[in-house]
Design a binder for this molecule. Structure first.
Ligand SMILES: *Cc1c(COP(=O)(O)O)cnc(C)c1O
Length: 408
């Protein structure tokens, strides 16, 4: 094993599962042994239309036959069309395109720095939250509220204040103490942090605090956006100054977007920011097709109704399991919090031919395609429940053998 790792041509950045998929269709995946799986992870919130969706395949093929890339030195029709569609659906004003979620957040953080300069604040601070995840670049990992993501990368980028999530009083308290805060950056639901849904008034409260103090309200919707929670963007009714988006926007083709409103839409001027690939004709054609397909098929509404069905089926199947602490989420973003060590759970799921992952150590996380059929939803719920039951039985057997209490 160690020998094999030494000779791998890949940097050892991921501890990978021993399964390789080489084909997909809708919510189904096949591995190299031709085993069929139901995909409740969607490539981590990316493949919201499922795999090999005909409209996406056609857009990719047509654009590949037409034009892939010209650079941002020239006009790009697809980029303008996608920006217009994003602004229409989100009610934002203007879009900067990039290639990933972390890059979208980098753009948001740079906007907050330009905003600070416009207010003559020389050492600006952005409030972010414990348990948050904002990316792996130096600025976004510094923004991230998780010391595991920081470890090994000091010195971090300066200018972030980490506060507890879902705690408006904590924000109010620092508002009085610092006059160099310029923005709050927040996930509407913590994704990597374990599908943590805040109180109903939390985001609206942040909007109010930002208005009162003249701070930017930056919503990191890289995981929650593009229809996943039932709305195009979970925070859009609160009119954020900045919304960042990526993941599902390309259904597998890399694309990121930083959506801006009002003053935040005016701060970046030529020379401030850019990227070679960002918004190229190919990625933006696919992004536009993703949004058009979701709109035509009313998929944000389906994400909501399908997610409710999935949560109900899971609750039915698991209601008498004391190891289940909570089943929560919005739309097609669902977490099951367990009072157990879940390190084996993903492998058990693969044995039951269902794909999900585990966030924050003990939260089984599902981010499936929005266009699941009712039958697929019910089957996913059955397989997930079977996987959890197996983990619980194994754990109990072990506990009895050891004569000790299970370790959470
Ligand atoms: C995935 C994610 C990111 C980072 O996106 P990448 O495309 O991996 O750079 C940032 N914020 C949130 C909330 C995410 O879920």
């Amino acid at each position: 094993m160690a020998e094999a790792d030494c000779h791998s041509p890949l940097v050892n950045s991921y501890s990978r599962l021993p399964v390789t998929f080489n084909r997909g269709e809708g919510a189904r995946l096949w591995d190299t042994e031709n085993n069929e799986y139901l995909d409740a992870l969607g490539g981590i919130a990316v493949c919201a239309l499922g795999h090999a969706h005909p409209a996406i395949t056609e857009a990719i093929t047509q654009q590949a036959q037409t034009l892939l890339h010209t650079s941002n030195l020239f006009g790009i029709e697809n980029q303008e069309n996608l920006a217009a569609k994003l602004c229409e659906l989100s009610t934002m004003d203007a879009v900067f395109f990039c290639n990933s979620g972390a890059e979208a957040n980098e753009a948001a953080i740079k906007i907050s720095r330009l905003f600070a300069r416009s207010k003559d604040i020389s050492s600006p601070k952005v409030i972010t939250f414990d348990g948050s995840f904002h990316g792996r670049t130096m600025a976004t990992l510094s923004a991230t509220g998780n010391t595991k993501v920081h470890d090994g990368f000091a010195p971090l980028v300066d200018g972030f204040i980490h506060l507890p999530y879902n705690d408006l009083a904590a924000i109010e308290a620092v508002a009085g103490k610092h006059d160099d805060i310029v923005a709050v950056m927040v996930e509407p639901i913590l994704g990597e942090g374990g599908v943590v849904v805040p109180d109903d008034n939390y985001l609206a409260g942040i909007r109010q605090i930002c208005d009162k103090n003249n701070w930017l309200f930056i919503a990191d919707e890289i995981q929650t956006g593009v229809g996943r929670t039932g709305q195009w963007y979970a925070s859009q009714h609160l009119k954020p100054d900045v919304i960042t988006s990526a993941k599902a926007l390309g259904n597998g083709i890399p694309i990121g977007a930083c959506l801006t409103r009002g003053v935040a839409a005016t701060l970046i001027q030529p020379g401030h920011h850019g990227t070679t690939f960002g918004g190229n004709p190919f990625a933006t054609r696919v992004g536009l097709t993703v949004l058009q397909t979701m709109e035509a098929e009313n998929l944000p509404a389906r994400a909501h109704s399908g997610g409710e069905r999935l949560k109900n089926k899971l609750t039915e199947a698991l209601h008498n399991r004391p190891e289940i602490l909570d089943i929560r989420g919005a739309g097609m973003m669902i977490g099951i919090e367990l009072d157990l060590d879940c390190s084996r759970l993903v492998s058990i799921g693969l044995e039951h031919k269902v794909v999900f992952n585990v966030a924050a150590g003990n939260v089984l996380r599902m981010l499936p395609p929005y266009n699941l059929s009712d039958d697929e939803i019910d089957e996913i719920a059955r397989r997930v429940a079977d996987s959890i039951n197996e983990l619980c039985h194994d754990n109990q057997a072990q506990t009895t053998a050891n004569g000790s209490q299970p370790k959470p």
